[in-house]
Design a binder for this molecule. Structure first.
Ligand code: F2R
Ligand code: MG
Ligand code: MG
Length: 307
């Protein structure tokens, strides 16, 4: 694969937004209901093109990394709060963490209070992590550090942070063009036993061309990080093009916008923006922070990286 790096940077962000918008109208539906919506007449045409919290928070991560040329926790939290639009459909934990910060708690402390003091292991940190995956694609240690720190603003549970780091590193390997070696790279990278086991399952499921029911039961399709990040990685590894990967991720049902966004980010980072179906990009929302702005954020991250 010979895809230019700038197109991988913009591809990761636009790919994530496209996956989010494709999955958004069917979020929470089961597999059968998703197929009745997307196969009724029009097939896999984008319905509204409106993105959700997944993309809105990804925009905040990108804006802050660009403006600060790296991580700044209080600024990133502020970007999340300024961009926050409740109509995009936020998870209760993220909403609560951002409310606490907007009322004066520090970004280091607010997320620790959630879920009885355990912190969130929802997929809200992983779904927004694409800018970290591309900016630090060539340095796994820095990538992990920034993935953990940016997650911590809303997700302080180890499983929430590790899920975000795993998703970021998958994007990094995709930028490097390492699809064949991705599982080996992820095995060496991941620290938590829950994710190690999921990676073993991905390998086993790829070997046997498993059906969708097995994927849902073994990898998950829910809104906690360990039941969605591995599913997005599997969706990328199973197919050889952007469209089939994202269609498959959404077709599993459950947290469709988020699994679609994460699969789209990895796939866009691997194949580049040019591989994303034009008709999907055309339908993706425009406006102040729409597709042109998201593409520009990808270009700016490239500029921060390479000058
Ligand atoms: N919120 C939604 N979708 C529902 C509303 C959409 C509807 N279409 C609309 O427009 O209104 N989607 C978004 O939320 C998910 C990301 O969630 P996030 O940001 O991680 O939130 P949270 O609440 O921290 O975690 C999600 C759930 O995971 C469980 N959980 C997390 N930590 C837990 C813990 N320590 N113990 C027990 N359970 C834990 C809880 O059920 C959380 O609510 C994405 O799908 C995004 O698209
Ligand atoms: Mg969402
Ligand atoms: Mg979701």
């Amino acid at each position: 694969m010979n895809v230019d790096l700038k197109s991988k940077f913009t591809g990761a962000l636009i790919g994530s937004a496209v996956g989010d918008a494709l999955g958004a109208p069917v979020e929470g539906y089961n597999m059968e209901r998703v197929s009745s919506v997307y196969s009724d007449g029009k097939g896999w045409e984008m319905i509204y093109g409106r993105y959700t919290d997944d993309t809105e928070t990804m925009i905040g991560v990108a804006e802050s990394l660009i403006e600060n040329k790296g991580f700044n926790g209080s600024d990133m939290a502020l970007k999340f709060i300024r961009n926050y639009d409740a109509r995009r459909g936020y998870g209760p934990g993220s909403k609560e963490a951002l409310r606490r910060i907007s009322e004066g708690e520090s970004w280091e402390e607010a997320s620790k209070k959630l879920f009885g003091g355990k912190g969130s292991y929802g997929n809200g940190a992983a779904m927004r992590i694409a800018p970290v995956g591309i900016l630090y694609y060539d340095n796994a240690d820095v990538l992990r550090e920034i993935a953990y720190k940016s997650s911590h603003i809303t997700h302080s549970h180890e499983l929430g942070k590790e899920g975000a780091a795993l998703q970021a590193f998958s994007i990094a390997l995709a930028v490097r063009g390492q699809k064949e070696g991705m599982l080996l790279g992820l095995k060496e990278f991941v620290k938590n036993e829950v994710y190690k086991e999921k990676i073993r399952k991905i390998e086993m499921l790829l070997d046997k061309e498993a059906n969708k029911k097995e994927i849902i039961s073994e990898l998950g399709n829910g809104e906690v990080a360990f039941n969605s990040v591995p599913t997005a990685i599997y969706s990328f590894l199973r197919f050889d093009n952007f469209k089939d990967c994202v269609v498959y991720a959404v077709s599993l049902g459950g947290d469709t916008d988020t699994i679609g966004a994460m699969a789209g980010a990895i796939s866009g980072a691997y194949y580049g923006e040019g591989a994303i179906p034009e008709e999907w990009v055309e339908k993706l929302e425009e406006g102040e922070k729409g597709k042109s702005y998201i593409r520009w954020l990808g270009e700016e991250l490239y500029r921060v990286k390479f000058g």
